[in-house]
Design a binder for this molecule. Structure first.
Ligand code: FAD
Ligand code: NAD
Length: 460
């Protein structure tokens, strides 16, 4: 059997893998990319970011027909949910985008293999009955849903996000374990579609890691919308019955529901990859450790994305992939982790970039705060999103350099982009404040919050 030779073999065609493969091909490398799934694009495109956002949008439209549109003088009679059609639309979006990735790889002359990649001891890679040798091998195998002791994810009604983006009926009662990003996004989807949703969270707050002020505000809004939170609930097990599930908690009553969505984080995906054959040992959290150039402990083997330490985000995975292959091909590459934004796509959206106020306090950094509410923004009023929302700009008290921006409100995920750019360029709050922002746009709230850092906001 002949061995196929490449400059770079990328294992995994998720955001980390396919983007790395394209960039490496642009830089003139002979590239191959392998994925065990037929549809390319990884967790993000197949079962993560994209299908969840498709359902968030559809369910939001459905909720608007349940009363909100009446405020605009639009009477909707007989609105009904066709869940099958909603799911089919979501599947169509996924099909278009995963097909798009295949097209992009082809356009860039990346050789695609379908199959499970397993390392051989000589650092070549077996894919079914083929052997691939490459000067550089990039591991981008991503992550899979994590579970808890006493919770068996293979049981019917005990679901991961992959199940919860494909329910064929609306669960009457849904318990979500974990008030993190998946729990809130998918919990919101099913609440809007009619489920009674209870979120059990171990900590005494939701969205750990995000600015605590924003998280507190968000919790109040979600509760008003009908999500039930039971904070300080440590889930210790799930029992299934014919009728449903019983979720056990430490020191509290168990909770009964039709289904349970386990959303307690994700774990790096290295099972079956044969890492032991080449001498790579994952750390205690199952991650592959890399140096700042994304090199593993084995020469010529690199890793990026969810499989290495850091936030499990698609855009982080992509940027790491690009920086890694640029370093391989040109010797230079760059990624500033401070500019990686986090966005929760609920209603309202919650978006953060840079440092949180909690972190600045903890590190004793002197900072100034500028705030601006959506209630004072003309566009927010016009499009009916002024009830709630605000921007908080944190700037260094001595240099005025922007350290972090935290936004809750409509389209916060899009508004945060300019703030990431500002941080990347070392901008001051004065720089944002002096940049002209089109009127009437929600982006004016960012400008006004930057003005507010030095007490000069115009509209409050
Ligand atoms: P993955 O996307 O997991 O891709 C890894 C690929 O490797 C997979 O295609 C897998 O089949 C393949 N693979 C694994 N092992 C092998 C092997 N041995 N051989 C061959 N192929 C292999 N992030 C965001 O930034 N924004 C969001 O809105 C967002 N929403 C999400 C919603 C949900 C429900 C979930 C679950 C995740 C979401 N994420 C979101 C996280 C995001 O999906 C991940 O951070 C991202 O996909 C990581 O990219 P990756 O390329 O490292 O890994
Ligand atoms: P997460 O880490 O965001 O949240 C998990 C939550 O579960 C935490 O709040 C944790 O305290 C809680 N928890 C842990 N053990 C528990 C127990 N025994 N009982 C009760 N609660 C418990 O994880 P996730 O929501 O599963 O998301 C996984 C990853 O996917 C995240 O890293 C996230 O970045 C990524 N993701 C991102 C987006 C986005 O960017 N919009 C969307 C979905 C997923």
């Amino acid at each position: 059997m002949s061995t196929l030779n490449f400059d770079l073999l990328v294992i995994g065609a998720g955001p980390a893998g396919y983007v790395s493969a394209i960039r490496a091909a642009q830089l003139g490398l002979k590239v191959a990319c392998v994925d065990r799934e037929k549809a390319l694009g990884g967790t993000c495109l197949r079962v993560g970011c994209i299908p969840s956002k498709a359902l968030l949008h559809s369910s939001e439209l459905f909720e608007q027909t349940q009363g909100h549109l009446a405020d605009h003088g639009i009477a909707v009679k007989g609105a009904a949910l066709d869940l099958k059609k909603m799911m089919a639309r979501k599947d169509g979006v996924v099909k278009t985008l995963t097909g798009g990735v295949a097209g992009l790889l082809k356009k860039n002359k990346v050789k695609v293999f379908h199959g499970t990649a397993v390392f051989n001891p000589d650092r070549t890679v077996a894919i079914a009955d083929q052997t691939v040798a490459a000067t550089h091998v990039l591991i981008a195998t991503g992550s899979v849903a994590a579970s808890l002791p006493g919770v068996d994810l293979s049981q019917d009604r005990v679901d991961t996000s992959t199940d919860a983006i494909a329910y064929d009926r609306v669960p009457k009662k849904l318990v979500v374990i974990g008030a993190g990003v998946i729990g809130l996004e998918l919990g919101s989807v099913w609440r809007r579609l009619g489920s009674e949703v209870t979120v059990l969270e171990y900590l005494d707050r939701i969205l750990p890691g995000m600015d605590s002020e924003l998280a507190k505000e968000a919790r109040k809004v979600f509760e008003k919308q009908g999500l039930r939170f039971e904070l300080g609930s440590k889930v210790t097990g799930v029992k299934t019955t014919k009728a449903g599930v019983s979720v056990q908690r430490d020191g509290a009553d168990s909770v009964q529901a039709d289904r349970v969505l386990v959303a307690v984080g994700r774990k790096p995906n290295t099972a079956g990859l044969g890492l032991e054959a080449i001498g790579i040992t994952p750390n205690a959290r199952g991650q592959i450790e890399v140096n700042p150039r994304f090199k593993t402990s084995v020469d010529g083997v690199y890793a990026v994305g969810d499989v290495i330490p850091g936030p499990m985000l698609a855009h982080k995975a992509e940027e790491e992939g690009i920086a890694c292959v640029e370093m391989i091909a040109t010797g230079h590459g760059h990624l500033d982790y401070h500019t990686i934004a986090s966005v929760v796509y609920t209603d309202p959206e919650i978006a953060s970039v840079g440092r949180t106020e909690d972190e600045l306090k903890q590190d004793g950094v002197a900072y100034k705060v500028g705030r601006f509410p959506f209630a004072a923004n003309g566009r927010a009023r016009a499009i009916d999103v002024a009830d709630l929302g605000s921007v908080k700009v944190l700037a260094d008290a001595n240099t005025d350099r922007v350290l972090g921006v935290h936004i809750i409100g409509h389209m916060a995920g899009d508004l945060i982009a300019e703030c990431g750019t500002a941080i990347a360029y070392g901008a001051s709050s004065e720089d944002i404040a002096r940049s002209c922002h089109a009127h009437p746009t929600l982006s004016e709230t960012v400008k006004e919050a930057a003005l507010a850092v030095s007490g000069r906001a115009i509209h409050i």
